[in-house]
Ligand binder design. Structure first.
Ligand code: NOJ
Length: 555
């Protein structure tokens, strides 16, 4: 296994709109980020991934880009960005940008020019098709619900949008579009950024002719025609060979519906590697089918199976991207942990994934155990996918059930303002009104309170990340799961250069009798991390306390 900085780093994700408002207009911005760089550094992370900062009408909060080379005015200027970039680098923090090139905003000049003059080269930057009589070009449905086609009267044509109506898909088969993408990459890399998180990158190549799907789903009908399209490998390799390989940078591709087998085609180390890592979604489906709107009961066995498959299938060949939260996922404590045992379960969940082999990503607010917002009405939501999915759910299940689902599944849960202190608006802004909700629990759950408490979730994250940094076994060790059949305990070991690590995580408040696997004598190991003070051992095991976690190191 080759060593590399991107394997050793931990990454903190900033969703700028809700992170910190530095100019008092109620919206998070770069000035706010600048003021928090020391805080981010203090966590023990090595890089920041910024969700899109570019100029955008914000229909999908920056994932609809109108200009790839300028900063959203609400967030500041290019000078402000450069100050953040320099400030991060001075502190030894790398900066990863979000590269969103499956689609643009409908306000991007390429799109507007292509409508204005259908004979211009910009017209073929997108997927424009004539309808079939009065019907749309095919039966594909958007990932955000509703048809994936929008009619444009001026030219009597439809354009493809796999996401919101305002997010037309780029035609990556057009070499001019790929040249633009490479130019955008160069622009940011030349400025000094250290890599890209590539948004739905596995959707960029569509099957020729965009054939209709024989299947029907309420969302994303047709996905089999683009989720791993025919020219994906070729385009990713082109980006790598022509641009990325010329810089000391890293890439992590976002890849819905990804399996280890397919992922290995892209991330296996060697000359044909396309990306350094991939964000798959399989472990975020332990309480749902595919994604959180198809809710099921949480199953630890399902979760463990996925983790183990990715750990085993990739080990020695490719590198994992580890996460449990981001701006698209409701807060994980509500899903896999416990509100009653918020602190204990938050720590246990952190150990679960950060002690695995891979690069851990931590989403803003996760480090203080932020939880879902108590939404009571659909009118309180702002996310386009929530509003659309709610519409579908309401027509199938009725308003009450649809709202319950939204409360559980909405991405808006992750997008409330970061809770910095117990003052007005949780210290997020000095404006009277922040742009979005502040969870009323901010008087208890906030960074300032967590700083003061040595047993806080925040200080646990610091300890955990420090331990990872100081112990190569956590980064480069191999992985072996124990007690696979347990519905309550997740237990795995790591091995590296004669050292062993045993990780024990309880996913229940019930007491469970744990006995160390054969070959481990707990009295000979050091309990290096735990979420309870009492780490006593009895006959080579212990009875777990609610959501208990312990990590033992054997040297
Ligand atoms: C994935 C992003 O993470 C999400 O926030 C966005 O809505 C879609 N891609 C479309 O860009």
């Amino acid at each position: 296994m080759q060593k590399s900085w991107y394997k050793e780093m931990a990454v903190y994700q900033v969703w700028p709109r809700s992170f910190c408002d530095g100019n008092g207009d109620g919206i998070g911005d770069l000035k706010g980020v600048l003021g928090k760089l020391d805080y981010i550094k203090s966590l023990g992370v090595d890089a920041i991934w910024f969700s899109p900062l570019y100029k955008s009408p914000q229909k999908d909060y920056g994932y609809d880009i109108a200009d790839y080379r300028s900063i959203q005015p609400e967030y500041g200027t290019m000078e402000d960005f450069k100050a953040v970039l320099d400030g991060a680098h001075e502190r030894g923090l790398r900066v990863i940008m979000d590269l969103v090139v499956n689609h643009t905003s409908d306000q991007h000049e390429w799109f507007l020019k292509g409508i204005e003059d259908p004979t211009s080269k910009y017209h073929s930057y997108y997927h424009w098709y004539k309808g079939k009589g009065k019907r749309r070009p095919n039966n594909w449905m958007s990932t955000f619900a509703g048809p994936a086609w929008e009619y444009n009267e001026k030219n009597d044509e439809y354009y493809l949008h796999l996401f919101a109506v305002e997010q037309p898909d780029l035609n990556m088969d057009n070499p001019e579009v790929r040249r633009e993408v490479k130019d955008i990459m160069k622009f940011w890399l030349d400025m000094g950024v250290d890599g890209f998180r590539e948004d739905v990158i596995t959707f960029i190549s569509k099957k020729e002719g965009l054939p209709s799907s024989p299947y029907w789903f309420p969302v994303a009908t047709g996905i089999e025609n683009y989720m791993h399209g025919p020219h994906l490998d070729e385009y990713l390799l082109e980006f790598k060979n022509d641009v990325l390989s010329k810089y000391d940078c890293m890439t992590v591709g976002e890849a819905p519906m990804m399996t280890t087998k397919k992922a290995l085609k892209h991330i296996t180390e060697g000359p044909n590697q396309h990306l350094n890592m991939m964000f798959h979604f399989e472990h975020m489906a332990a309480d749902c089918l595919f994604y959180s709107w198809f809710k099921t009961k949480f199953s630890l066995k399902r979760l463990k199976k996925v983790f183990t498959r990715w750990q085993n299938d990739l080990y020695g060949k490719a590198w994992n991207a580890l996460y449990m939260e981001n701006h698209d996922q409701p807060r994980v404590i509500n899903r896999y942990g416990s509100l009653k045992y918020r602190v204990e379960s938050a720590k246990m969940l952190a150990v679960t994934y950060i002690c695995q082999s891979g690069t851990p990503f931590i989403y803003q607010g996760q480090e203080i155990g932020m939880v879902n917002y108590p939404f009571t009405s659909i009118d309180q939501y702002t996310d386009v996918s929530t509003v659309n999915n709610y519409g579908v759910a309401k027509s199938l299940l009725g308003a009450e059930k649809a709202l319950n689902l939204a409360n559980y599944a909405s991405r808006d849960n992750a997008r409330t303002c970061v809770q910095w202190n117990a003052e007005k608006n949780a210290g997020f802004t000095t404006a009277d009104e922040p742009w979005f909700w502040v969870n009323p629990n901010y008087t208890e759950i906030n960074v300032e309170a967590a700083e003061k408490d040595p047993n806080s979730i925040l200080n646990f994250y610091r300890k955990l990340l420090k331990f990872r940094k100081e112990n190569e076994i956590v980064i480069y060790g191999d992985y072996k799961e124990h007690l696979k059949r347990s519905k309550d305990l997740y237990v795995y070991e790591r091995n590296y250069e004669g050292q062993r690590l045993l990780v024990i995580c309880s996913y229940t408040e019930k007491p469970v009798q744990f006995t160390a696997p054969a070959g481990f004598d707990l009295t000979k190991g050091e309990c290096v991390l735990s979420n309870y003070d009492d780490t006593s051992v009895c006959t080579n095991g212990f009875t777990t306390k609610p959501y208990e976690t312990r990590v033992y190191l054997f040297k």
